[in-house]
Write a protein of this length. Sequence first.
Length: 283
Amino acid sequence: MGIIMEGKTVSSALKEKVKKEVEEIKIKYGKTPKLTVILCGDDPASIIYVKNKEKACAALKIDSEVIRFDSNASEEEIKKTINVLAKDEKVNGILVQLPLPKGINERNIIELIPLEKDVDGLTSLNVSKLVRGEEGIVPCTPLGIIDMLDYYAIPLEGKRVSVVGRSMLVGKPLFNLLTNRNATVTLCHSKTKDLKEETRLSDIVIMAIGKPLFLKEDMIKDGAIVIDVGINRIDGQIYGDADFENLKNKASYITPVPGGCGLMTVAELLNNTIKCFYLQNRK
Ligand code: GUN
């Protein structure tokens, strides 16, 4: 059986580091870092994610605030709020929970977040820094995956990696992070001709497509490393994009769902909030 990559162990270590930094900031600056989340509409998954973010902030004594809009709020109303938060010195991080309701242009909203408050790393400036391999704020889920691979001392240089899913939140930033670490990355998606052919060649397969239990053992090579970003809710149960039970004896390392990448995402958000605090206060 492969080694199970425990999100709890890795995320706890990161949260412990963040907790110490929050305490240091309080002593040194007399301030408490603050994250503000914008939640529009009533998507049940988004409501759960935002609750988890609030709880995680509270546990580490980071201030947090959730500003809610109903699903028929106008783009102008949301933009006005972001512009106020952009100028508010008490707010160190601004996160717009995605997806936004239909009719609202995601780009128009996100681009209003100042670079140094962009905890999600989704503004064009942070995206271009990532593509160039410069220091910046990187989206939380891909960053969590890299930290998890590093924690288990899995080398990336020269490795063949299939990233399955090309979203702005996961697949595309992950492609860049892995490329910057000298991996050979194939970014696969719904139009990939023969997905199995790609994944079977790969040393590491990363699943982020939102299709429950999609990856099976005939799609990986012996000893491959499987990272599962999927969180698919069916009848109150959570399933990943990879079939853990089917894969666990063929993979050398594998992340479970739940208990894998999801825990890392929240810990990275807290860490990015601290990074943003320093970007604003160390000038
Ligand atoms: N929706 C699902 N995951 C995320 C995330 O990491 N950031 C934002 N803003 N929205 C999300």
